[in-house]
Each structure stands twice: as structure tokens, then as C-alpha cells.
Write a protein that binds this ligand. Structure first.
Ligand code: EPU
Length: 426
């Protein structure tokens, strides 16, 4: 258990550096199996989810090494195709092993994935993608899924642009003996990064007129080291942007890609914060400004406002005068932070739209120090932002959620002048 202790009420001012994207790196780690040789992945953040996937790769027979921000993985000697719940239960991204194991062994057995409790997270689209792109026998036994068969190629029209299922489909497609088409897939930059990695492995994936396509490519084990650098973490960068504005500070976020952050940039500007974007830098100014709330912030698949910034945005909007409303269409039950933010002075509540769907209603004001508990990764980030804003001391308890997705978050906030420390309490 971690306890974050925060003395809030000071503007965050200065410069912070963005790390590599967690959600790009995790499927890429699973996809190293499709290279079948030594891979060097650069700009890798030290996160518990990353450690979990490295441990999983070692269990499967791969060799891994993590030094600085470079991960080396060699999957040449992979010798297992089963993943028990002991490994998959810790991290949602462990479902990314499905297609790579199938390609290497023609079969796999993967227990259902765990991960943050942010609502239902089924894998039906992943399995539909496999059925559409291969000739597989798929058995679900209540604890996980067993799959056996071969990739044949084909097309899959996705009922919803699920990030994980699109990634599964791309991994299934890239070494198919016949062309593949994936319509209605996710467009998140992390998916594009995975496609870039798969092409570096020898795949022939392209994105034409809104459709992911792949041409047949041979799969073989490689001797030469593949070097790949993951994209910057737009969610980490967005979290800092919201924190800087929420504390009415002024800061530069370096090493990010503002072109992939348009949803959060639009929100910040709509409240009256000043945002200036360069090629790999974002300047955020909330200093001496009276920021106003936003009529309706809707989390949708990319390029709209991201669900992963919904909770941090709620903390920010709780500091902006007037009313705001926030609706998450991606994970419609991702609202556990609402009651916790309330403990830190936020005037925030769950409400029901005329159609019956829940949304978050916020009336901005002054936050104050309080005690909250993080219930998932992004809810944890929201509470830290609230703690940095509220005058007085806040204590946020966290069962390791924040470390799943934010590297050295306290050091980074302290670099901006935040007074925040973490204690391991047991
Ligand atoms: N869904 C289904 N069936 C499926 C797959 C998804 O119904 O087979 C539904 C989910 O229940 C959800 C929606 O589709 O309501 C979106 O799920 P998606 O598959 O897009 O999400 P994911 O792949 O499980 C990734 C990120 C999440 C991020 C979402 C949406 C990783 C490891 N995780 O999850 O990141 O919120 O995409 O952008 O890439 C986080 O970083 O905090 C996090 C939760």
C-alpha cells in the first residue's frame, strides 16, 4: 500500500519530461514474440504493468533485460503457450499475448485478463477477430480461453473500435498467408505504434481510407537485433497539462506529441487556459486566470477526448468556476473517483441524462486537503491533482494503481514545485 502525502495549494511551475507510452509499449512487448529474435525497445517507462509483462515473457521462455529506458527481449527460445491467471490477472494487456502465441505455436491457453476495475472488459471482439482472420477452434472454460488453429486471412468489420481487439486483429493479420482487412478499427496512436512495430518485424500493414489492411508476409525467427522507440505517453503528458492548469500554474511539457493530444488541448482552451503547442512541447498557462467550466466533456475513442484523462479532467474542472458535465462513453462506469474527489472539497456528483445514462456533474470551486483512496490508475492521478490544488494536507492511499501507469510521478510533480511524497505503508 502506498500513501501519497501532499501539501497542496501551490501552482505547479516549471518543466516536466514525458516518458514512453505505457499503452503502446505493453502490446509491443507481447508482439516481440512475432519477431522471434532480439528486440531493443527504447523509451520504455519503469511501470509495474511493464514489469508484469516482462515477467510473463520470461515465464513463456523469453530472455528480458531492462536497463535505463531500454528493454531487451529475446523470444527465440519461447517454449510455452499457456498463460495462467497468476500472470494474466495482474494486467489487462496480457490479452495481447493471444495472437502472438497462436502464430508461434498454433495454439494457446490464456486465462482471462485482470487490470483496473473500470467497468466490464470482455474479450468478445478479440475472439471475433480471430474467428474472422483464421480457422480456429475457440473454447472458453469460465477461467480463460483455449484456441487452436491457423491464420488464413480474411476481413473483420469491428462493431466498436476497441483498442485491444484492433491490436489483436493487427497481430493476427500481419503474418497471415492471405491479405486481411480490418474495418471500423481503433485509430489510437498506440494502435498505430503497434502497427509500426509489426512492420518493423517484417509485417506489411497499412492504413488506407480508414481501413487497416495487411498483405501476406512470411514469419521467421530473426538473428539481427530490432530497435524500436515507442511513442511518448499522451496520457501522462495530458495528466501534467491538466495538473498545471488545475493549480493555476505555468509549465512546459517536453518530449510529448501535441498532435496526438488535441482532445485535452481543446478542453484546456475551452476553459480559458492558454496552451501553446510546438512539435514536441506543450506550454500550459493557467496562472492568474479565472478558468471556467465546460458544458459537456465527452470521452470517446481517438481522436476525441480520451477516457484515460476523464478522471484527471474531473479534478481539473472541479477548480474551474461554473458548471461542467463529463460523460464517458468508452467506459460508462468509470466514475469511482467522483466520491473520492468529493472528500477533497470538489462539488461533484453523479447525475442521470434524460436518456438515463450516467454523467458527472461538477460545480467548480476551491478544493481543500482531504483523504481519498485511489480505486484505479487514472482515478489515482485525479486525486493527486486534487491534492496538489487543495489548500492543506491531503493523503491519498493507493494499492499500487498509480505506479502501473505513471513513472516517478512524485519526482515529476516535485520538479514542478509540487509538495508531494510517497510512503510505502506495508
Ligand atoms: N469492449 C468490448 N469487448 C471487447 C473489447 C472491448 O465490449 O472485446 C468494450 C469495453 O468493455 C469498453 C470499450 O469496448 O467499454 C473500450 O475497450 P477497449 O478494448 O478499447 O480498451 P482496452 O483495449 O481494454 C485500452 C487501454 C485502456 C484505455 C482503453 C480505451 C491498454 C493496455 N489499455 O484498453 O487504458 O482506457 O484502451 O482507450 O492499452 C489506462 O491506461 O488507464 C487504461 C485503462
Amino acid at each position: 500500500m502506498i500513501q501519497y502525502v501532499i501539501d497542496g495549494g501551490r501552482p505547479l511551475i516549471g518543466t516536466v519530461l514525458t516518458g514512453g507510452s505505457k499503452n503502446a509499449l505493453l502490446p509491443i512487448l507481447a508482439a516481440t514474440i512475432l519477431y522471434g529474435g532480439p528486440c531493443e525497445i527504447h523509451r520504455a517507462p519503469h511501470l509495474s504493468d511493464v514489469e508484469n509483462l516482462l515477467e510473463t515473457l520470461r515465464y513463456l521462455g523469453a530472455k528480458t533485460h531492462f536497463c535505463g529506458d531500454v528493454i531487451t527481449v529475446d523470444t527465440t527460445s519461447l517454449n510455452r503457450y499457456d498463460l495462467p491467471a497468476e500472470y494474466t490477472g495482474r494486467c489487462r494487456a496480457s490479452i495481447s499475448f493471444l495472437a502472438p502465441l497462436l502464430l508461434r505455436f498454433g495454439r494457446c491457453s490464456v486465462a482471462y485478463p485482470g487490470g483496473c476495475a473500470i467497468g466490464a472488459r470482455p474479450i468478445n471482439y478479440h475472439l471475433e477477430a480471430l474467428r474472422a482472420l483464421g480457422n480456429f477452434r475457440i473454447t472458453e472454460n469460465g477461467c480463460g480461453v483455449e484456441v487452436q488453429g491457423t491464420f488464413t486471412g480474411g476481413s473483420y468489420s469491428m462493431p466498436y473500435p476497441s483498442v485491444g481487439a484492433t491490436e489483436c486483429a493487427l497481430m493476427a493479420a500481419c503474418f497471415s498467408p492471405m491479405p486481411c482487412r480490418i474495418e471500423g478499427g481503433a485509430l489510437e496512436p498506440e494502435v498505430e505504434d503497434l502497427a509500426g512495430f509489426l512492420n518493423a518485424c517484417g509485417g506489411r500493414i497499412s492504413f488506407v481510407k480508414g481501413i487497416w489492411q495487411s498483405e501476406p508476409a512470411p514469419f521467421y525467427l530473426h538473428d539481427q537485433t530490432l530497435r524500436y522507440t515507442v511513442i511518448p505517453d499522451r496520457i501522462e503528458a495530458g495528466t501534467f497539462a491538466l495538473a498545471i492548469a488545475a493549480t493555476r500554474g505555468e509549465g512546459r511539457i517536453l518530449g510529448c506529441n501535441p498532435a496526438q493530444m488535441q482532445g485535452v488541448i481543446r478542453l484546456l482552451r475551452a476553459t480559458g487556459a492558454e496552451v501553446v503547442s510546438g512539435q514536441d512541447v506543450l506550454l500550459v498557462r493557467g496562472r492568474n486566470r479565472r478558468l471556467r467550466g465546460c458544458d459537456l466533456v465527452m470521452a470517446y475513442p481517438y481522436p476525441a477526448f480520451p477516457t484515460d484523462l476523464q478522471a484527471p479532467a474531473c479534478a481539473f474542472l472541479s477548480t474551474c468556476y461554473g458548471k461542467s458535465a463529463v460523460l464517458d462513453t468508452v467506459f460508462p462506469m468509470r466514475y469511482a473517483h467522483v466520491s473520492e474527489l468529493g472528500k477533497m472539497g470538489a462539488r461533484i456528483a453523479l447525475a442521470k441524462a434524460p436518456g438515463g445514462e450516467p454523467y458527472i456533474s461538477i460545480l467548480g470551486g476551491q478544493l481543500r486537503g482531504g483523504r481519498g483512496e485511489s480505486t484505479d490508475l487514472r482515478a489515482g492521478a485525479a486525486l493527486l491533482i486534487a491534492g496538489l490544488c487543495g489548500k492543506g494536507r491531503s493523503v491519498v492511499t493507493d494499492r499500487g494503481f498509480v505506479a502501473r501507469g505513471y513513472e516517478a510521478i512524485c519526482e515529476k510533480f516535485r520538479g514542478l514545485g509540487g509538495r508531494i511524497w510517497e510512503n510505502r505503508i506495508y
